[in-house]
Design a protein around this ligand. Structure first.
Ligand code: 5AD
Ligand code: SF4
Length: 473
């Protein structure tokens, strides 16, 4: 078989990272293998995101740059996938003559057929069909990186929530869940290839299986927890309105489920929440946070926030700051509201100026920075079990780890904190590779985005066989 080179550039969320892997997986039988080098590629896929204005701009500039590359290499196949492809469809091929293929978020499994047609007839194709169910629930495990120990697994797609600022229901379609047997099968295959940790993905994992009457998300987690060889389970994202007591209880009973939940709240003001169509109140949210902390003391909680939603007053913004302080998040993502073409809030009046949005964003991030620092400081002197991801490249003191990098490693705690640590000399002498191992780390230093510590024990569990490049003695 001919080997052809495929370059995928991915913009946006974890869902797109998973999709990129699926794209590589479905195109492998056609002879495509991945390359980082765009100039020598036979096919380039730009996997786009449209969740916020900035992401969409990034997608269009990535596509613009490809025009030159195509000029130098006219046989190159240029494909656009993801949410911008879904949103813009035909308009992209009209506007960009160098684009051969536009495929929407539900078209990945039709890619081989479409790419074959383009290879043989050099036609141009647009496929942005959306379906309400998952027609092709096939298990595809794309190529893994050397030493990769963590992988994403999509358990559902789409969203039925229609938050008024959000484009997702319009570009990813109706909510539909994969069959639990397929999910378990996929995770087993990943574990067979050295994966230790999976993150289950969905826009709202807590409503997993509801429509199809498959099983609940908590039941799915219990099944995944049984998979031999799997070390850790994470999931994202959970909608607060659907966070069930059964899921809260799972944090207390499933030993592989990491003690971290990403629970986007978006705003701390009830009227804004209502206008966002979030369907919970600040009080409902705080009650759930309290339940989580009762069942799983020390659980790490992170969230998403939007500042400058249309009509947001200074008082309403203060309510958001107050919520952040009340919860004491371990971390958060905050975004300036941006109009999305298909989202209802785009037509709302009283838009907030960019200057005010910027100022609010800065204030919010400053408040959280102080909270994070305090929470990090509290971890100093405590022991965390870390799943080692690989040699540590840098720590956020800005210090490059040029000296003896093989003694410095990094990984994540169950609470999803990034922890850098030094391994004892004895392991270096034994040329012990730590990627994929669980190690206990005494935390000795805290920085803004990470923690630093010292390894206490010999590694637990077999380190990943993929990391067989033994450290230099
Ligand atoms: N403007 C700003 N932020 C948005 N998000 C979603 N839509 C918008 C928008 N129009 C943010 C939300 C969501 C995260 C993935 O992106 O906070 O949780
Ligand atoms: Fe968008 Fe709301 Fe669905 Fe999340 S829950 S994807 S914010 S519509």
């Amino acid at each position: 078989m001919n080997t052809k080179k495929l370059h995928i550039s991915t913009i946006g969320c974890q869902m797109n990272v998973y999709d990129a892997n699926q794209i590589a997986g479905v195109l492998a039988p056609l002879g495509y293998s991945l390359t980082q080098d765009i100039d020598t590629a036979d096919m380039v896929v730009v996997n786009t995101c449209t969740i916020r204005e900035k992401a969409e701009q990034k997608a269009f500039s990535a596509l613009g740059r490809l025009a030159k590359i195509k000029l130098a290499n006219p046989s190159l196949i240029v494909a656009v996938g993801g949410c911008v492809a879904q949103q813009e469809g035909q308009a992209i091929v009209k506007r960009m003559p160098h684009v051969d293929l536009v495929f929407g978020t539900h078209a990945i499994f039709r890619l081989p057929e479409m790419v074959r047609r383009i290879e043989s007839t050099r036609c141009r194709i647009v496929d942005v069909r959306l379906s309400d169910t998952i027609e092709n629930d096939t298990v595809v495990v794309g190529p893994l990186d050397t030493g990769q120990i963590s992988a994403f697994v999509t358990i559902m797609r789409g969203c039925d929530n229609y938050c008024t600022y959000c484009v997702v229901p319009h570009v990813r379609g109706r909510e539909a869940s994969r069959h639990p047997d397929r999910i378990v099968q996929e995770i087993r295959m990943l574990v067979g290839q050295g994966i230790r940790e999976v993150t289950l993905l969905g826009q709202n994992v807590n409503s997993y299986g509801n429509k199809e009457a498959l099983c609940s998300f908590a039941e799915l987690l219990a099944r995944v927890n049984e998979i031999e060889g799997l070390g850790r389970i994470r999931f994202t994202t959970s909608h607060p309105k659907d966070l069930s007591e059964a899921l809260i209880q799972a944090f207390g009973s499933l030993e592989k489920l990491c003690h971290h939940i990403h629970l986007p709240v978006q705003s701390g003001d009830d009227l804004i929440l209502k206008r966002m169509n979030r369907r919970y109140t600040r009080r409902d949210y705080l009650k759930k946070v309290q339940r989580l902390r009762t069942v799983c003391p020390g659980i790490s909680i992170t969230s998403d926030f939007i500042v400058g939603f249309p009509g947001e007053t200074d008082r309403q913004f203060q309510a958001t700051l107050d919520l952040i302080k009340t919860v004491g998040y371990d971390g958060l993502f905050a975004f300036m509201y941006s109009d999305r073409p298909l989202a209802p809030a785009t037509a709302f009046s009283n838009k907030i100026s960019d200057a005010v949005k910027k100022e609010r964003l800065q204030t919010l991030l400053d408040v959280q920075r102080q909270i994070t620092e305090k929470r990090h400081q509290k971890m100093v002197g405590k022991v965390q079990t870390v799943l080692v991801e690989g040699p540590s490249r840098s720590i956020d003191t800005g210090q490059a780890l040029a000296t003896a990098p093989q003694t410095r490693w990094s990984g994540r705690s169950s609470s999803n904190h990034i922890i850098h640590f030094t391994a004892p000399d004895i392991l270096l002498k034994k040329k012990q590779w730590l990627t994929g191992a669980f190690v206990d780390i005494m935390i000795e230093g805290a920085y803004a985005h990470s923690l630093w510590g010292r390894m206490l024990n010999e590694p637990n569990g077999e380190p990943s066989s993929k990391g067989d490049t033994i450290v230099a003695a």
